[in-house]
Design a protein around this ligand. Sequence first.
Ligand code: SF4
Length: 273
Amino acid sequence: MPLINLKLHANVSELILYLKCPRQVYYTHRKHELVTEITPEYLEHMMLKELAIGYPDAIERATEDKQAIRDELNIEMERVKGELELIYSTELRDLPHKVLETAESVVAEQIEKIATNLSEAISEYGKEEVIRRIRPYRTEPVLHSDKLKLTGIPSAVIQYGEKIVPLSIRTGKCPDSGVWRNDRIHIAAIAMLLEENYGNSVGHGFVQYARHGNIRQVKIRPEDRRQVLKIRTRIDNIKDGTLPERKENPACSYCNFTQFCTSTRSSLASRLF
Ligand code: SF4
């Protein structure tokens, strides 16, 4: 299907944006660009994501003890340093070297903890099983469903047994147990798209918290699916012109829409049109 047709439907990244702030969906749909400043913290996220893609290779090459995994992760880190500016050539153009160095040193400090947690997972589930849970079968596949009125390009899907299931690589904090609500909705949305695209039922997915080396299995519940459909409908309404109420939230402190995002619908509309 041509990409232009896919744009007619809500996409999974809009679901995630909606969960962060519904108004950001409204503005981005109206061609306001959500500017992401390349800070050391943002670079950390980019590096952790690229590093996490190398976890299965590092585990495969290493013996099962923590030191061997740590050594292999350090090799993967060198790969990330060499490849990052090639992969994100547009975003990282003209980036001061100091910013890159700061992010690299923060990520390098995480490697010991990542190795510990991956090593513990291997002790619990076995090396083959851990690799199976995080080795991408495809990266960034385009998934679309007319029935769901939804599209998505997940960072990765994995082959788990006979099925293709979602893998979400997250670079933020890891909850003490389970996964964050937004991650649960994300996994459910991708699972529903996989079902439509591959014709299998998908009962679970995995979230990999890259910063910690934790891998969490997520059972997809009917309520998660219900939420996906509900949010998708709200996004359709926003795209049709419904401006959501402004709710102060943590994202406001670094959102470049603050200048025209006022508390009332009417005052905002008068500034925009
Ligand atoms: S300023 Fe706050 S409420 Fe307005 S769009 Fe940004 S994050 Fe959302």
